[in-house]
Design a protein around this ligand. Structure first.
Ligand SMILES: Nc1ncnc2c1ncn2[C@@H]1O[C@H](COP(=O)(O)OP(=O)(O)O)[C@@H](O)[C@H]1O
Length: 295
């Protein structure tokens, strides 16, 4: 996908948020636009290239004396990949991010389940692997994800790709769909195990409880709770390992990466994305775990 940037400029003054209204600037017809390619709520990029130019001569229509700051921002819709083990809070984050940035949510697991429901040959083959908890072969998954990413709604609105890539070869196979951000929700293995093993389902309401962190409100509900057959310690450990940064293929992607401690409160991750500054504050306060923010 071609990378196209436009420049947006604002003047620096003691009141930076106030629009500049100099008669000089309005007569200049400068060759740039003051319109932001992203609305404020979408200004996710913490690493804008800041361009500065300053003229020191006496102000004239050709050479204003004020400082102009330009921020180079991408014009294309936002493209985000997210990865996290089961019980890392990925589902919650996907819902929040998709809603907040109005992105198309594309989950590899959902695409496969839809294929199974449609009764296709690919669906039949995929089911064999899914039933065993194994990864579905690339020749099925890659085409499916690629086709979904190319649909008009994904191209127009941008996307949040969830559960892909899960290997280096998957990352390489869709290299032309480089995301702008890769979010990896990192939760220590012991916490994942505790979350998975204590998770219970209320078959009547469909609500998920946790015996310790979100216990049922009444004895009646407690008595009918069930446990998913694969919510075991062994499976949780396997899944944690399968979702480690080294296995999910992100090393091959040249993107801005956020490693986020998944034990933060649900809304915090979205908050974090709004400001690189907040990442430092929130993570140090709540979780003594290393994280990285590369550009
Ligand atoms: N990117 C992928 N590559 C191969 N198989 C996948 C991929 N994503 C999902 N699957 C298959 O679909 C199953 C369900 O995936 P998902 O809904 O993401 O749940 P989970 O997080 O429990 O793996 C996986 O166990 C795997 O068999």
């Amino acid at each position: 996908m071609a990378s196209c940037c436009s420049l947006s400029f604002s003047t620096v003054s003691s009141k930076p948020n106030k629009p500049y209204s100099s008669p000089i600037s309005s007569s200049l017809q400068l060759p740039f636009t003051s319109q932001l390619p992203f609305s404020k709520k979408n200004s996710l990029y913490s690493n804008h290239t800041l361009l500065q130019t300053q003229c020191r001569k006496t102000p004239s229509p050709d050479c204003p004396s004020f400082l102009v700051v330009g921020s180079a921002k991408k014009q294309e819709p936002l493209r985000v990949m997210i990865s996290g083990a089961p019980a890392s809070g990925k589902g919650t984050q996907c819902e929040l991010i998709t809603k907040k940035y109005d992105l198309v949510h594309i989950a590899a697991g959902d695409l496969l389940r839809a294929e199974i429901a449609a009764g296709t040959e690919n669906g039949r083959r995929a089911k064999e692997y899914m039933d065993k908890g194994q990864l579905v072969p690339n020749e099925i998954v890659v085409t499916m994800v690629k086709e979904r990413l190319m649909r008009p709604d994904s191209q127009e609105k941008g996307w949040l790709l969830d559960g892909y890539p899960r290997s280096l070869s998957q990352a390489v196979a869709l290299k032309e769909f480089q995301p702008d951000l890769f979010i990896l929700l990192e939760v220590p293995e012991e916490i994942l195990v505790e979350r998975v093993v204590g998770r219970r389902l209320d078959p009547v309401t469909g609500r998920i409880y946790h015996l310790k962190y979100s216990p049922p409100e009444t004895n009646e509900i407690a008595a009918r709770l069930t446990q998913r057959f694969d919510d075991t310690e062994e499976k949780a450990r396997e899944a944690a390992s399968a979702h480690s940064p080294s296995k999910c293929g992100i090393s091959s992607l040249n993107v801005q990466r956020y490693y986020i401690p998944g034990i933060l409160f649900a809304t915090d991750v979205v908050q974090l994305l709004h400001s690189g500054m907040q990442i430092e504050t929130i993570t140090t306060k709540t979780w003594n775990h290393s994280y990285m923010l590369d550009s």
